[in-house]
Design a protein around this ligand. Structure first.
Ligand code: CA
Length: 223
């Protein structure tokens, strides 16, 4: 699940990005309000974590503008200001929940999952293709009755492919899914992950479209 993290504190942002990545989220991290607004306009996120004290546009303003433009992803606010009056202002202003810093990474992850589950306009369903079943919230994959252990990267790749059946995703798109925007990526990293996913769930599930990318389902595949 892809999350936008808006946090100008380098140490905190780094900790959140690393910690959340380890619990199965793909985290894109921006440090300024303007960047956040741009990212929210141009990309799709399953949730956002927004710090209030930002160097340019204040976090509450980011949330307000995002909601004014119809943005519906759940938003978790991180704030140093823990007073109740502020909390009510936040929730009125379009935030869905808030945590006072410093927040435990496990609690941040848990709150995010709750928000996504609660977000019934865009509920997160269990995804199926043939006998492969992926539950994005429980973070599990099964093939038939068998639970399959995937690494985080493998899970993210399978999730991206199975959620858009019939859509061919390029290697570059999958790199973005797994690594977000910023990392330097080894050019055959995705192929290695794909190889492992296929080994674990069955070679025939993900098809390679030569020169274009990878796809699950549709076309000549009746599953
Ligand atoms: Ca800050």
């Amino acid at each position: 699940m892809r999350v936008l993290l808006v946090e100008d504190d380098t140490l905190l942002g780094d900790g959140l990005q690393t910690g959340l990545s380890q619990t199965g989220f793909t985290v894109d991290w921006v440090r300024e309000g303007h960047q956040a607004l741009h990212a929210l306009r141009s990309e799709t996120f399953d949730a956002a974590i927004v710090d209030l004290g930002l160097p340019d546009v204040d976090g509450t303003e980011v949330i307000r503008r995002y909601r004014d433009h119809g943005g519906g992803a759940p938003i978790l606010v991180l704030t140093a200001r823990g007073d109740i009056g502020n909390k009510l202002t936040l929730l009125d202003g379009g935030a869905d929940d808030y945590l006072v810093k410093p927040a435990d990474i496990r609690e941040v992850a848990a709150r995010l999952r709750v928000l996504m589950r609660r977000d019934d306009g865009r509920r997160v369903p269990v995804l199926r293709h043939g006998n492969v079943e992926l539950d994005p919230l429980a973070y599990t994959v099964r093939v038939g009755e068998q639970t399959v252990d995937l690494t985080q990267s493998e899970f993210k790749i399978l999730h991206a492919l199975i959620r858009s059946p019939g859509t061919v995703l390029s290697r570059e798109r999958l790199e973005e899914v797994v690594y977000g925007w910023e990392s330097e990526v080894d050019s055959n990293a995705i192929q290695v992950h794909l190889h492992n996913v296929r080994r674990k769930i069955g070679a025939e599930v993900i098809r390679t479209i030569r020169g274009v990318g990878y796809v699950i389902g549709r076309q000549d595949d009746p599953a």
